[in-house]
Design a protein around this ligand. Structure first.
Ligand code: HEM
Length: 263
C-alpha cells in the first residue's frame, strides 16, 4: 500500500524504509494507473488509438460538427426519456394525469419534460441540417453510399420517434393529430393499410394503440437508432470525412495549373 506524506514536510526515513512520493503525485498518477490496469485486461487502447488518432482532411469546419450535435441530442433524449418513463403511465385513463403530475408536481419534472420536448424538435432540425451538409459536400458519393443509406434509415427512425412520441401526452391535440397521422399512413400505396392496421393495434383507436405507440417509442426505435448509429460511426471511422467541395475545386485548379506549368 502507498504511504502518503504531506508536501512541504520532510520525513526522516528509518533504516530500510523507502521514500514515498508526495500525496499530490499519487493523486495525479492514480487515473493513468487505473486506465493501464483496465487496458492490460481489456486491450482497448489499440482500438481507441485507431479510432481517435486519425488524419482529418484539410478544410474540416463547424459544419462537420452537425452529426456529433445530433448524437448529443439523441443521448439527451435517451436520458431524459428514462426519467419520464419512471412516472409516465401508458394507459388512456391515466396517461394525461401522469403527464400533468410530471409537469406540475414532480421536482424538476417540467424541466426534464421540456428538455425532452424541445430536444425532439432540435433533433429533427439537426438531422436535416446534417443531411444537407453531407449532401452539399458530396459525402453521399463513392465510397460512402452505404453510409448515406444508413443515414436515410436514421432519418426515418427519427421521424418515427417524433410521430409516436406526439401521442403519449394523450390530450385532445395528441389524440386527433395522431388519428390524422395514422389515416395519412393508410393512404400510402401497397403497404399503407397494413401500416395503419399495425399502428392502430386493434379495431379502434384506444388502449392498445397507446401501448403500441409507447413500445415503439421507448423500446423498438431507440434500440434501432442506437444500432444504426453504431454502424454509421463505424463507417465514418473507416472512410473518414469528406472535405468541402470548394476546397476540392481549388485543389483541382492547382493540379491543372501545375500541368500547364510543366508543359
Ligand atoms: C440520428 C441521426 C444521425 C447521427 C447521430 C449521425 C451522426 C454522424 C456523425 C457523428 C458523423 C461524423 C461527423 C460529421 O460528418 O458530422 C456523420 C457522418 C455522416 N453522416 Fe450522419 N448522422 C445521423 C443521420 C444522418 C442522415 C439522416 C444522413 C443522410 C441521409 C447521414 C449521412 C452521413 C454521411 C454521408 C456521413 C459522412 C460524412 C462525410 O464523409 O463527411 N447521417 N454522421
Amino acid at each position: 500500500m502507498t504511504k502518503i506524506t504531506m508536501p512541504g514536510k520532510k520525513k526522516v526515513l528509518k533504516p530500510g524504509e523507502e521514500a514515498q512520493p508526495p500525496a499530490t503525485e499519487v493523486i495525479k498518477q492514480t487515473p493513468s494507473e487505473v486506465a493501464a490496469w483496465v487496458d492490460e485486461r481489456v486491450g482497448a487502447s489499440g482500438l481507441l488509438r485507431g479510432m481517435l488518432y486519425r488524419k482529418v482532411p484539410r478544410g474540416t469546419n463547424w459544419y462537420h460538427t452537425l452529426g456529433s450535435a445530433t448524437l448529443f441530442v439523441f443521448t439527451m433524449q435517451a436520458l431524459t426519456g428514462v426519467f419520464l418513463a419512471m412516472y409516465y403511465d401508458p394507459s388512456p385513463a391515466s396517461a394525461y394525469e401522469s403527464i400533468k403530475y410530471i409537469t406540475e408536481d414532480l421536482f424538476l419534472g417540467q424541466f426534464v419534460r421540456g428538455l425532452h420536448r424541445w430536444g425532439s424538435t432540435l433533433m429533427v432540425i439537426l438531422v436535416f441540417l446534417h443531411m444537407g451538409r453531407t449532401f452539399i459536400f458530396g459525402a453521399y458519393k463513392y465510397p460512402r453510399e452505404l453510409n448515406w443509406l444508413v443515414g436515410v434509415v436514421l432519418l426515418v427512425l427519427t421521424m418515427v420517434m417524433g410521430f409516436t412520441g406526439y401521442l403519449l401526452p394523450f390530450d385532445q391535440r395528441a389524440f386527433w393529430a395522431t388519428i390524422v397521422g395514422v389515416n395519412i399512413n393508410g393512404t400510402a400505396p401497397l403497404l399503407g393499410p397494413y401500416m395503419s392496421d399495425f399502428l392502430l393495434a386493434g379495431a379502434d383507436f384506444g388502449e392498445s394503440t397507446l401501448s403500441r405507440f409507447y413500445a415503439i417509442h421507448m423500446l423498438v426505435v431507440p434500440g434501432l437508432i442506437a444500432a444504426m448509429i453504431g454502424a454509421h460511426l463505424y463507417l465514418v471511422v473507416k472512410m473518414g470525412t469528406t472535405a468541402p467541395p470548394w476546397l476540392k475545386a481549388k485543389m483541382k485548379r492547382e493540379l491543372i495549373e501545375e500541368k500547364i506549368d510543366a508543359s
